[in-house]
Design a protein around this ligand. Structure first.
Ligand code: MG
Length: 263
């Protein structure tokens, strides 16, 4: 789930201990396993509410707690996953009335807590046969995430991450969603700092070992602009163009970033 920029706030970026990162790694492994199952279930005719039920059961069976369910107050998010279809960017509410169709792209975002420590993870999947331009959007958004993670080296700065991500989007002429951002993560899903998907190289917070971030670009086939639907959650592109979203939780090690949302 993305963070929402709230302007300037007191910056308290925490450094995690190895045993704390180990709990986040366990949470991340659970999420990666569940996403593999959801990908296999994601066929034309499936309902996003069914995927949510599978995800919640798997999180609880693993001894973890869903972090999205009940999150926020606009109103509290009702699902354990976000399921965002086509022009929905992020924070789509899973529903038994929402049926996935051949040719759709579906972004699944999922988070859980193990012994008080969070992980947060998202992938965009094609359903059945999708248009080439949609597959290219998915692949580029994944590469944008990978470029952002590669830039998360100790001694680099947050602006290096954002710059690496938006450079990939600009190569394809894609819109980059700016009002929603990546974030620090630990004992809360959303911690300082905000990690925008744009930035100037060499600017912003210096990255240090023990910091943990959720890196999560959202690229649009059309323009940058987005809005929020009346349900208070679902973010959609203003021009109706499709959007993709990838997210991994990482821990900064002395030698570079470690993927925590991995099996
Ligand atoms: Mg997130």
């Amino acid at each position: 789930m993305t963070g929402i920029p709230l302007g300037r706030r007191a910056s308290t970026v925490t450094i995690k201990r190895p045993e704390e990162i180990a709990l986040m790694r366990r949470a991340g492994g659970i999420l990666a396993s569940i996403l593999e199952v959801l990908e296999a279930e994601l066929r034309p005719g499936v309902r996003t509410g069914d995927l949510d039920q599978i995800a919640e059961r798997m999180i609880r069976d693993a001894g973890a707690t869903p972090s999205f369910k009940g999150y926020g107050s606009n109103p509290p998010f009702p699902g354990s996953i976000c399921a965002s279809i086509n022009d929905e960017v992020v924070h789509g509410i899973p529903s038994s009335r929402r049926v996935v169709a051949d040719g759709d792209i579906v972004s699944i975002d999922i988070g859980c807590i193990v012994d008080g420590w969070h992980a947060d993870c998202a992938r965009t999947f094609p359903v059945g046969t999708v248009a080439d331009e949609l597959q290219q959007l998915i692949d580029a958004t994944r590469r944008g995430m990978e470029a952002g993670i590669a830039a998360a080296m100790p001694g680099n700065r947050l602006g290096d991450i954002g710059h690496a991500i938006e450079t990939v989007a600009h190569r394809y002429g894609y819109g980059v969603v700016r009002p929603f951002v990546g974030h620090g993560i630990g004992t809360s899903m959303h911690e300082e700092p905000q990690v925008p998907n744009y930035g100037r190289p060499g600017t912003g917070l210096r990255i240090e070992p023990g910091m943990c971030f959720a890196i999560e670009p959202m690229f649009n086939l059309g323009g940058d602009e987005v809005g929020v639907l009346d349900d208070g959650w679902t973010v959609v592109t203003q021009d109706g163009s499709p959007s993709a979203h990838f997210e991994n939780t990482i821990a900064i090690g002395a030698a570079g970033p470690e993927l925590l949302t991995d099996r």
